[in-house]
Design a protein around this ligand. Structure first.
Ligand SMILES: [Zn+2]
Length: 209
């Protein structure tokens, strides 16, 4: 257990009698790494080529999407009771993915929907891995939201307190390693998106001159 109360990841279960602890969250780069590694594997096996700049961007957005929705709604605006609820639900995830699939099919860009979907679903799996490994099944209740309710976030939860909770736990180090592996694989994939990013940066630089 963390010694500093502000760094606690302690959450009361709804009946108020049991307390569980999440010491280390899944960080954005961990989600990005897991999503990219899964997508590049899928892309190589299914279509025999590495990801493109567009599909890399789509998978990257998908890997961050649930946290971009739920964390601000829970921690900044107080609309959700947990930073893992609405957009972390399989029901909402499947609805969003189907919607994006339908839109992208119209525009003949199905590969973008697939990349986004793999990124999105990989986020949910990665968030569920640690609670599953610990047998803390109440912390995977977000998958069934709104039928099953995840434990409430502490009132002191915020982006700052989350970053203050950063500690070199084995799970944290695993995410750093995964990030490194994903960066090497991305580079070996000819760094999809890098050229586009360079062109965009140069273009912006010229416009501001
Ligand atoms: Zn999440």
């Amino acid at each position: 257990m963390s010694r500093n109360p502000s760094r606690r990841w302690k959450r009361q279960i709804e009946d108020g009698t049991s307390v569980a602890l999440i010491e280390t969250p899944m960080w954005p780069w961990g989600h990005l790494a897991v999503g990219y590694l899964l997508y590049t594997l899928f892309s190589r096996v299914s279509i025999g080529r590495s990801p493109t700049a567009s599909t890399t961007l789509a998978v990257a957005v998908g890997t961050q999407f649930p946290d971009l929705i739920d964390k601000p709604l829970a921690w900044t605006f107080g609309i959700l009771a947990s930073g893992r609820s609405f957009a972390h639900s399989l029901l909402i995830a499947s609805s969003v993915i189907v919607l994006i699939f339908l839109v992208s099919r119209r525009q003949k860009r199905i590969s973008l929907a697939i990349a986004f979907g793999i990124g999105y679903l990989s986020h949910l799996v990665a968030d569920a891995v640690l609670p599953l490994a610990r047998g803390e099944y109440q912390f995977i209740a977000f998958l069934g939201w709104p039928i099953t309710r995840p434990p409430l976030d502490s009132e002191e939860m915020s982006f700052i307190s989350q970053f203050m909770s950063m500690e070199f736990t084995p799970f944290f180090i695993l995410q750093l390693v995964l990030g490194g592996v994903a960066a090497v694989v991305w580079w070996c994939d000819d760094a999809p998106g890098l050229q586009r990013l360079r062109r965009w940066t140069i273009h912006r630089g010229q416009r501001t001159e």
